[in-house]
Design a protein around this ligand. Structure first.
Ligand code: TNX
Length: 562
């Protein structure tokens, strides 16, 4: 298909309808007739940008060609824009003969200029939005904050061919189609979680995961740093935690941990990609690795054996001992001091060895410790039992939210759901916000289908469509919109041993979660999305991602230009 046909289909749509860039009903029909010839619906996506931007207007007569004269420009005081410009220059340099120079902007954007600027950006773009304008002679990215410039550059990346992702053997011509995009996310929390406790991932693997998350404009990386099977971050003064507690993992393999320097390196690496690390130390349960490392943390004073199985619920810190709180104060202070983001995750899930009263008292005490170190507490949804402070965050994970299915449930199960909802709403009333990670939709460790070898099934088998094709505000209609901080897809690793395993469970679903968090429900449409998703395969292949070639997705789909 040549560009003229796209032009025609666009002309037929007329100027872009705000909030509905190209999915106007008639447009889809006309487009599919032109492209597919007959039958079958949409055969080629119009572009391959994920998450889908708010508005995309093509200026098809214009094409910006990268040449030896191409320069990336930034305002003299904007060091962040310079850094983002260097990133873009590196991408372009991968496939052209010369890397574009990154230079201070002086007067007018010259022909061949790519200008990254915070001047003149509309405040309505918010802290992560951007405006991208590509004409025949210039590219301009405007944003209020550096994050927006970074996301504008990620969109440019999606408009460029996959060859920019690696050092090409020989130079190739590169160009960008003429376009005007305005874009900003629906939710401020667009996250994923790595369970490095059940199986440890070395630093470079986590960095790679951060790179892949940033490509899809995800902005939170929750790290599950401790569990029964392993303690994964060094705490000064408590060396046994990592030396002994970090020495193994599920199945008995060699574990590992991040030194304080490595952890610092990781959070900085993430921050440079506008990803906030959310460290989790799961307490009071899921603590066998700590209980094996220090006998004093146990009520009976006897150190536990290391644990390499996958049961949950059997361990707890001794909530009656002072040393428990001295220990936790050290842990929370040390990690918080190395974490630039505002959150500290305390886990709080699946505690079977404490009474409800003991649990509540513990969580409230920990909340004040977290706050005393300048952080906001976040925890799994069980923490809603406690009195939460304004600014605390509840991460909803249990698939217990009331739904239509309740009509078929017995009354005890239905009552449990009503109570669950009431608990979360009570926390919201107290000033907490909610991150949505409903396990039946967003748990990336759930199998894709019954034949998937890796993964678990306890919450369901959400395939690519199941995790993407739902409306947050319909399913969680009783939650005030302002109370929903966003979405996060956890990747638990009981069954995942290597980065390849992690990638297989995350891709393609993580791209869908990114779009769920970024793009309004009114713009998302499964049939159109699966075309854009299919078109990621070329980029994922050159990036070496071990993704699942799901039968639901047309993997060879791609706009014919690139
Ligand atoms: C539940 S989600 C857990 C984890 C498991 C996961 C496996 C949550 C707060 N607890 O301990 O790893 O299920 O899917």
């Amino acid at each position: 298909m040549n560009r003229k046909l796209i032009a025609k289909s666009q002309n037929h749509l007329g100027s872009t309808v705000p909030g509905q860039p190209f999915l106007a009903q008639s447009g889809v029909l006309f487009f599919s007739v032109l492209v597919a010839g007959c039958g079958g619906g949409l055969d080629k996506p119009e572009h391959t940008i994920i998450p889908l931007p708010v508005t995309v207007e093509w200026a098809v007569a214009d094409t910006f060609h990268f040449t030896e004269e191409t320069r990336i420009l930034f305002d003299s005081t904007d060091t962040e824009a310079e850094r983002i410009g260097e990133f873009l220059s590196g991408l372009i340099g991968n496939s052209t003969e010369t890397m574009p120079a990154v230079e201070v902007y002086s007067t007018d954007v010259p022909d061949g200029g790519i200008y990254l600027t915070r001047e003149g950006a509309s405040p309505s773009l918010g802290s992560e939005g951007y405006e991208l304008t590509v004409t025949g002679s210039q590219v301009i990215v405007r944003a209020v904050e550096p994050a927006g410039l970074f996301y504008g550059v990620q969109t440019i990346r999606h408009l460029l061919p996959p060859v920019v992702e690696y050092t090409a053997a020989y130079p190739r011509p590169l160009f960008l189609p003429g376009v005007h995009i305005t874009d900003q996310p629906r939710f401020q929390w667009r996250g994923t979680m790595l369970d490095v406790a059940r199986h440890f991932l070395p630093l470079h693997d986590v960095k790679r995961f951060i790179d892949l998350a940033a490509l899809y404009k995800l902005n939170r990386l929750h790290l599950h740093l401790s569990d029964d099977q392993g303690w994964r971050v060094e705490i000064p003064g408590w060396p046994n935690l990592t030396e002994h507690g970090g020495s193994t993992e599920v199945g008995g393999g060699v574990g590992g941990y991040y030194s304080t320097d490595e952890y610092t390196e990781l959070v900085e690496y993430a921050q440079e990609r506008f990803v906030t690390v959310v460290p989790e130390i799961d307490i009071p349960g899921h603590t066998n690795a700590a209980l094996a490392s220090y006998a004093d943390l146990n009520c009976d004073g006897i150190a536990r054996n290391l644990y390499i199985g996958t049961n949950v619920g059997f361990s707890t810190l001794c909530v009656d001992k002072d040393i428990t709180y001295e220990f936790l104060d050290d842990v929370i202070r040390e990690i918080s001091s190395r974490t630039p983001g505002p959150y500290f995750h305390v886990g709080g899930d699946e505690v079977e060895e404490l009474s409800e009263e003991e649990y509540i008292t513990f969580i409230e005490r920990i909340q004040s410790i977290v706050n005393s170190h300048g952080k906001r507490m976040i925890g799994w949804d069980e923490i809603a039992l406690a009195d939460l402070a304004v600014g605390s965050v509840v991460q909803l994970w249990r698939p217990y939210w009331p739904s239509d299915e309740m009509e078929e449930m017995d009354s005890a199960q239905a009552a449990l759901r009503v109570e669950f909802e009431a608990g979360i709403l009570r926390a919201v009333d107290a000033g907490a916000t909610v991150v949505l990670s409903p396990a039946d939709r967003l748990y990336l460790d759930m199998k894709y289908d019954t034949s998937t070898v890796l993964g678990l099934t306890w919450a369901g088998i959400p395939d690519e469509r199941g995790s993407y094709d739902w409306k947050i505000s319909d399913e969680f209609s009783s939650l005030p919109e302002g109370a929903i901080a966003g979405v996060e897809a956890p990747l638990w690793s009981e069954t995942l041993g290597t980065l390849e395993d992690f990638e297989y469970m995350a891709f393609p679903r993580l791209a869908g979660v990114a779009e769920l968090g970024w793009t309004s429900a009114s713009l998302r449409e499964w049939e159109e999305y699966r075309m854009r998703l299919g078109a990621q395969s070329a980029r994922w292949t050159v990036l070496g991602i071990n993704f699942r070639r799901s039968p639901l997705i047309p993997w060879d789909a791609g706009p014919s230009e690139h």
